[in-house]
Design a protein around this ligand. Structure first.
Ligand code: AOS
Ligand code: MN
Length: 388
């Protein structure tokens, strides 16, 4: 039996990146609801992100989205974050919002559009250098709605050319991570629809190009932990975008829809060495809080990831290996389920307490009065939201 004390050193290596856009208003195509105290600037988003780290101790980085988080002076923004105990994490490029990208960006047939999209990424690389960010994350809305609309094969070649130019501009330990998504906004064919396509594209670029796995970007029923195992095996799992979903890309709180799936994913992360910082897996959240308060929504997500990571670390690996070798199906499954059913919440509370963190981060945040304070302070201006 593995004890909680034995797993804490590995648990403490967990460093979750929160997305700046989680603190802005978001919604569905039917309505984006505003809320009091929503940040108006990237600095206010960083202030909110700092609260998540302050109450959990596990979220020391904030990812930015460009152009949503554009500022004149990114070195100053880096200091702003550092003064609040955070580093600036992944820089996400955005080539899905401007009119010019109606028919695609890095894979578009129009060379002028491609140039605009590549230049945007080169600007993102400059920003990474100023912020000290390691990863450039690329998610493309590129695709088509109707059979025959695009030359599917040509677009793979075009995409490869665009990515090669961007990859060539990386320096030092900078990396490119390519996110895949099976549909939306394109409904017939997406240019990077699955992990295989992402893998093929990044493998052609080189060592510092990796796959980003967003947990909401697969067809229902997909065995995501299998993809995790395979990418770790190949040394190509660069990043997660964690969220949960009931139907499509719902972007709900991590672990809310299917805690067992989150456990199975973390079990493969542990098995594949992905918790070791040297493996370089970025544990990002990519979520929208449409109806719930955003900061506690992020705190809950971080806690859920920590809980399922702890349970995954508690798997009795020796007993599992023995049962697997003996083809003892029921014992092997039982060993895994024993870890999944272990309630680690008290142990995690005690661990937080020992670190000077609140035992109950949700309650402590509610009692802190932060939401009331920002609601009173953040009056006027334009609330940040999807697209701003
Ligand atoms: C879109 O579906 C993706 O998940 C991207 O990661 C995107 O950049 C992010 O969700 C912000 O819109
Ligand atoms: Mn994502």
């Amino acid at each position: 039996m593995t004890t909680f004390e034995e797993i804490t050193p590995r648990l403490e290596t967990l460093a979750i990146e929160v997305p700046s856009w989680a603190y802005g208003n978001s919604g569905t195509r039917f309505k984006v609801f505003g809320s009091r105290g929503t940040p108006r600037t990237v600095q206010e988003k960083i202030d909110d992100a700092a609260q998540v780290h302050r109450f959990t101790g596990l979220a020391p980085a904030v990812a930015l989205h460009i152009p949503w988080d554009l500022v004149d002076d990114f070195a100053a923004l880096r200091s702003y974050a550092e003064d609040r105990g955070l580093r600036i994490g992944t820089i996400n490029s955005n080539t899905f919002q401007d009119d010019v990208y109606k028919f695609g960006s890095l894979a578009a047939a129009d060379p002028g559009v491609r140039r605009t999209a590549i230049d945007h990424h080169l600007r993102c690389v400059e920003i990474m250098t100023a912020t000290g960010s390691r990863d450039l994350k690329i998610w493309l809305a590129d695709g088509s709605n109707y059979p025959g609309q695009n030359d599917l094969r040509q677009r793979q070649d075009t995409l490869a050319e665009s990515l090669t130019e961007i990859y060539g501009q990386l320096s030092g330990d900078q990396r490119l991570v390519l996110e895949y998504k099976f549909f939306e906004p394109a409904f017939y064919a997406t240019d990077v629809p699955d992990w295989g396509t992402s893998y093929v594209q990044v493998a052609a670029l080189g060592e510092r190009a990796m796959v980003c796995l967003d947990t909401g970007h697969h067809a229902p029923g997909t065995n995501i932990e299998f993809i995790v195992a395979q990418l770790l095996r190949l040394g190509k799992l660069g990043a997660f975008d964690f969220n949960s979903r009931f139907y499509a890309d719902d972007d709900l709180i991590v672990g809310a829809a299917d805690p067992f799936q989150l456990f199975r994913i973390m079990a493969e992360v542990v098995r594949g060495g992905g918790l070791d910082p040297a493996t370089g897996v970025a544990f990002m959240l990519d979520q929208c809080h449409n109806i719930e308060d955003k900061i506690p929504g992020q705190i809950r997500s971080v806690l859920n990831v920590a809980e399922m990571t702890a349970r995954a670390l508690l798997i009795d690996r020796e007993a599992l290996a023995t049962a697997q070798a003996a083809n003892d199906v029921l014992t092997a499954n039982g060993v895994l389920m024993d870890a999944f059913y272990t309630d680690v919440r008290r142990d995690l509370a005690a661990w937080r307490d020992s670190k000077g963190l609140p035992a109950d981060p949700m309650a402590a945040f509610a009692e802190s009065g932060y939401l009331q304070q920002v609601a009173a302070d953040r009056v006027g201006g334009q609330q940040a939201g999807w697209g701003a």
